[in-house]
Design a binder for this molecule. Structure first.
Ligand SMILES: [Zn+2]
Length: 227
């Protein structure tokens, strides 16, 4: 995690040796200030959020686009004592809450589902999926799939229909089946994906591996989320 309350300030660590406590589990946090990564806090006894993933430049750059106090918001299910930290949680007066999950690592469909259930209970949920080539071939598949040959209109937007390149369609099928809003972030571009819940008839008509999306600007993405 990048942020914690230290004194009266919610911030990243500045120097090795700083200590504070987690505002979700009250566990001790130690400052980690590496030369080759962003300064962050580490739970001394292990992260209280089992969904946390190693974070770097991509996560921090996105979190910094949101108001400070909407970043890394702890949530507890009082019935089950389950604890999770939303990457971003916006609560505007008179509106339902909005969670944004910034996902860089691969996750299983089971975990995607569990997170959607947990965060959707608190309002709307958006995924921003980082498609990159560090650990898999998704970026290559995305580039090879990308096409503007089959546009169609749905819900007032022009989608482009395409077919996922490569033998395994698992990645694209998993995200198509999302019950929330899914955006892909690849090489500085953002795309809105037609998902089962948001664009049901579109996804129901697709064959395995087929998907539809359209390009949005960063400003449009942030406006959709509610910044
Ligand atoms: Zn904690």
């Amino acid at each position: 995690m990048f942020y914690a309350w230290i004194g009266n300030v919610y911030r990243q660590p500045i120097a090795t040796g700083e200590r504070t406590v987690c505002n979700c589990c009250a566990g001790e946090l130690l400052a980690v200030v590496p030369q080759d990564n962003k300064a962050h806090w580490r739970h001394k006894a292990g992260d209280c959020d089992p969904w946390s993933e190693p974070e770097g430049e991509w996560h921090l750059a996105w979190k910094e686009k949101f108001p400070l106090h909407s970043r890394e918001v702890p949530m507890i299910d009082h019935a089950t004592q389950e604890r999770h930290r939303a990457d971003v949680f916006l609560q505007l007066p008179g509106c339902v809450g909005t969670t944004v999950e910034l996902q860089h690592s691969a996750i299983s469909e089971k975990e995607r589902d569990a997170r959607e259930v947990f965060y959707s209970a608190r309002g709307r949920m958006f995924w921003l999926i980082h498609i990159h080539s560090e650990t898999n071939f998704n970026a290559i598949s995305f580039r090879c799939s990308f096409s503007r040959e089959s546009p169609f209109e749905y819900g007032g937007s022009t989608f482009y229909s395409m077919s996922w390149y490569g033998r395994s369609k698992q990645f694209i099928e998993k995200w198509k089946r999302s019950r929330t809003y899914v955006y892909f972030n690849i090489e500085g571009h953002i795309f809105y994906l037609a998902t089962m819940s948001a664009c049901t008839p579109v996804v129901q008509a697709q064959k395995k591996g087929e998907f539809a999306l359209y390009h949005v600007t960063e400003q449009q993405f942030l406006r959709s989320v509610g910044v």
